[in-house]
Design a protein around this ligand. Structure first.
Ligand SMILES: *[C@@H]1O[C@H](CO)[C@@H](O)[C@H](O)[C@H]1NC(C)=O
Ligand SMILES: *[C@@H]1O[C@H](CO)[C@@H](O)[C@H](O)[C@H]1NC(C)=O
Ligand SMILES: *[C@@H]1O[C@H](CO)[C@@H](O)[C@H](O)[C@H]1NC(C)=O
Length: 541
């Protein structure tokens, strides 16, 4: 395949570079400054503050157990001309709320930290934010007692939490499982899927939590989307769950039917599925990274399968409106992989969106999304997987502010380049960053310690929350001065209730005074602390 060699070349380049990728660990805050602004009793507005713990070297987590967990209530609309500023920072503030006033005067003075917000300039509509219901997420939750499990679920899905609304669910096992399985592990080929059945993991670790999430979310449905890792061995050219294996041509239709069967079973069990991706990381079959369970797809074969099998199977099913997302792989494959899949209009017409992953993002300037968006304006781009600690499988680093910053920076950069949402990988992992079938330990926003019965909310949880909590589905990104002064990143939205949201990431080691300049409101002066993530909210009426 012409593209396979190009793919191999790219992957070889990455293979060398992956080893030198390290995290930004500069200027660790040595002082373990205690958080004085927030005490452990409930604040006036019902906000239960974070019980902060310094875990060493200035790294801080919020500690929760079956009795207590911090909350973040929905902000009430302030009186006209006021704004609300939420700050979380490396020093230990978490969703710390302050308010201030817009000033009609002093508009003429200019400062290098002015952010001009322009709601007349409108870009993409946001779909949302979330994480993945992996086997490992459910397994880890179940090591805690029921009350602690409920507090984790509330932290992610309730109005007192960060209000996730787009969540991924693996179709079968992934590397974040404790065994390898598919929904049809028949010893002999089973072309008509007579032995198709969901696994015990679906009933123990996924479906009950997904249903609980649906109940906790008061404002509309959760958009669940499914992704496959590996196919049954009998469908694959290499007869292995991992490695250089593809779907045998004679089973193209069976593999499409397998997706439809998954949709049917989940609906039957009370979990409606919004979408599917065509395959998680199809490039891994060529790279063979760490024995990752996968199915390989060249762009040309993907195009054929979409056109002949998957697209028609979904349209003919009971769920013809299921959203189909292509790629579901590293962004450095943009735009060529999608160009090649879309060359055939009959494949392109079945695809609603393009799914990208954050790994190796440094190799992909966000202009790649701009190019893709310009070429295919009616296909949304959604970030469907991200996690820290994947380099050399370093796993969990408790309290790493830098990993939180990594999330915010990627989110802001992506959303400033037409991406419509951002979905994290495992929502809950153990102290090591597992369990995983192939020892590729990674990090997650919530870590459980089954020995103490505690769970820890990492800075990544708050960074994601500064976006997910305040930028609901159907918000529209609006014009704003972007990426000011190197280590400050900014983006802005108008919410469906017409409120304005400005998110500011300050990676500088110094406090800065910034100003929001809005032609209707005037000027708001903001104290933005060093190493902080901030969300500003205001309304015109
Ligand atoms: C699952 O498969 C992987 C290869 O993808 C292998 O390395 C691992 O040992 C298997 N795990 C179990 C529990 O069988
Ligand atoms: C594409 O499909 C053809 C026909 O089934 C097969 O020979 C080829 O190996 C496939 N290539 C890839 C990379 O999947
Ligand atoms: C991407 O597109 C946005 C919106 O059109 C634009 O502001 C930005 O400068 C572009 N970025 C790149 C890197 O091309």
């Amino acid at each position: 395949m012409q593209h396979t060699s190009l793919l191999l070349l790219v992957l070889l380049l990455i293979g060398n570079s992956i080893l030198v990728l390290t995290e930004d660990k500069t200027s660790e805050d040595k002082k373990s400054s205690e958080n004085k602004q927030q005490s452990s009793k409930e604040l006036e507005d019902g906000h239960k503050p974070c019980k902060i713990r310094d875990v060493g070297e200035g790294r801080k987590v919020c500690v929760c157990n079956s009795e207590y967990c911090d909350t973040i209530p929905r902000p009430k609309k302030p009186s006209k001309s006021k704004f609300i500023l939420y700050t979380s920072n490396k020093q230990g503030l978490r969703f710390h709320k302050t308010t201030g006033q817009f000033n009609k005067k002093h508009r003429s003075k200019k400062s290098e930290y002015d952010i001009h917000v322009n709601p007349d300039q409108k870009f993409q509509k946001v779909i949302g934010w979330g994480g993945a219901f992996t086997d490992s997420t459910g397994i880890n939750m179940k090591t805690l007692d029921k009350k602690a499990q409920d507090l984790i679920m509330k932290s992610y899905f309730s109005e007192e939490g960060i209000e996730y609304n787009v969540c991924r669910v693996p179709i079968g096992s992934t590397d974040f499982s404790v065994r390898n399985y598919t929904y049809d592990d028949s010893k002999t080929p089973d072309k008509n899927l007579e032995h198709f059945a969901l696994a015990p993991e679906d009933f123990d670790y996924k479906i009950p939590f997904m249903k609980q999430a649906m109940e906790l979310r008061k404002n509309g449905p959760i958009k669940f989307f499914g992704s496959t890792w590996t196919a049954p061995l009998w469908m694959k050219t290499n007869n292995k769950y991992y490695g250089n294996g593809f779907i045998k041509k004679e089973f193209y239709q069976t593999w499409a039917d397998y997706f439809v069967r998954f949709l049917e079973e989940y609906y039957k069990n009370g979990v409606p599925i919004w979408g599917i991706t065509t395959q998680n990381e199809p490039s891994m079959a060529v790279l063979g990274l760490k024995d990752l369970p996968t199915v390989g797809w060249s762009s040309t074969n993907m195009s054929i399968w979409l056109r002949e099998n998957l697209g028609p199977a979904i349209k003919k099913s009971k769920y013809p409106n299921t959203v189909i997302m292509a790629l579901d792989d590293q962004k450095l494959f943009l735009p060529w992989y999608i160009n090649s899949v879309f060359e055939d209009q009959n494949a392109k017409k079945y695809v609603d969106g393009i799914a990208i992953h954050w790994y190796l993002g440094v190799f992909t300037p966000c202009s790649a999304f701009n190019i893709t968006h310009t070429k295919y304006p009616d296909k949304f781009i959604l970030s469907t997987e991200a996690c820290s600690g994947f380099q050399t499988s370093s796993g969990v680093l408790l309290g790493s502010w830098e990993r939180g910053e990594g999330y915010s920076k990627d989110i802001i950069e992506n959303l400033n380049c037409w991406v419509v949402g951002w979905v994290d990988w495992n929502m809950v992992l153990d102290m090591k960053g597992g369990p995983t079938t192939i020892a590729n330990f990674v990090d997650a926003p919530i870590i459980v310690d089954k020995k103490s019965g505690e769970f820890y909310k990492q800075p990544m949880y708050y960074h994601l929350g500064h976006h997910s909590k305040f930028v609901p589905e159907n918000s529209v990104r609006i014009g704003v001065t972007q990426r000011i002064c190197g280590r400050i990143w900014v983006t802005a939205y108008q919410k469906p209730d017409r409120g304005i949201v400005v998110v500011i990431l300050n990676k500088k080691d110094e406090d800065v005074t910034m100003r929001i300049v809005d032609k209707t409101m005037g000027v708001a002066t903001l104290k933005i602390s060093k190493r902080s993530i901030n969300t500003v909210l205001y309304w015109y009426d």
